[in-house]
Write a protein that binds this ligand. Structure first.
Ligand SMILES: [Zn+2]
Length: 87
């Protein structure tokens, strides 16, 4: 048993993902920042999600928001929500 219980992970993951955007923007205050960081260290799916969001942001920044392909972003979002439900 590796202790990867999805039920156990649920609420914490939701909270971490709720704060992910501000985390990546560097807008989280110290305590929340530490909590998210700690969760990302312990939770592989969230780490994966966070690095994906980070890459997505880098792409959007590089290509400028106005010219970002909406269809691509939608597809990425759909892919991410698919990962989240796992069904
Ligand atoms: Zn998580």
């Amino acid at each position: 048993m590796s202790g990867a219980n999805p039920d156990e992970c649920g609420t914490e993951c939701q909270e971490a993902l709720d704060r992910l955007e501000r985390y990546l923007d560097g807008e989280l205050p110290g305590t929340s920042l530490e909590e998210v960081k700690e969760h990302l260290t312990a939770c592989y799916p969230c780490t994966d999600r966070a690095s994906f969001e980070e890459q997505l942001r880098a792409i959007v920044r590089r290509d400028c928001v106005e010219s970002a392909p909406t269809a691509l972003l939608t597809r990425i979002r759909e892919h991410l929500s698919g990962l989240q439900t796992g069904n």
